[in-house]
Structures are given as C-alpha cells and as structure tokens.
Write a protein that binds this ligand. Structure first.
Ligand code: CU
Length: 114
C-alpha cells in the first residue's frame, strides 16, 4: 500500500510538471507571435535539383530566428520569414553561400503583421 501511494504521488507530480511545461510552451508561442516578423526574397543560383532545394532550405532553417523558408528551383528564389533582431538578410545570404550556392537579396519587405 505504501508503494502504491508513493507511486501515485510521483505520477501526480509528473503530470503537474508536464502541464506546467505545456502551459509555458503555449504562452511563449503567443509571445513569439507578437514579435515583429520580417521577410526577404533572395535570388539563389546554382541549384539543379530537388536535393539542392532541400539543402538550401535546411541551411536557412538552421539560422536562428528563421521561421519559414521556401525555396523554388524554377524561380531560383528563396523566400524566408524571420524574427526581427534575430538574423539579417545578409546572414541568410551567407548561410546559403556556405551551403554552396550563390545568393543575393532580391527584395526586402517590411514587417508582416500576420
Ligand atoms: Cu541538386
């Protein structure tokens, strides 16, 4: 009986801890959304296949602050959404170049509210 009791106490505290983590996650996600989001379109040259596309995409997604990276092989373009203050278009260009492709900033858009 004693074991059962301590086991259930352990379970209860684990559940409370998990709930606290989940709640924290929800509040921090809401906080992130309030931060300004910027986006940039880059010209990317040197991509020849779907493997290149995913290589550029994963290189961009590894940059801290990047929220979204969409790479188009046909357009030779990369569209990136990122958090203001966490990274810059110049750093994103560098990340693509480090992955082995030629990149340049095509268009910088302002803050996106949604
Ligand atoms: Cu390729």
């Amino acid at each position: 009986m004693k074991n059962w009791k301590s086991a259930s106490i352990f379970l209860a505290s684990t559940l409370i801890a998990l709930a606290a983590i989940a709640f924290n996650d929800i509040t921090s996600t809401a906080g992130e959304k309030e931060k300004a989001k910027l986006n940039v379109t880059m010209q990317v040259n040197g991509m020849t296949c779907a493997g290149c596309v995913s290589g550029v995409e994963s290189a961009l997604k590894k940059v801290p602050g990047v929220l979204k990276a969409e790479v188009s092989l046909e357009k030779n373009e990369a569209y990136v959404e990122y958090q203001k203050g966490k990274t810059t278009p110049e750093e994103l260009v560098k990340a693509v170049e480090k992955a082995g492709y030629k990149a340049s900033v095509k268009g910088k858009a302002g803050e996106k509210s949604s």
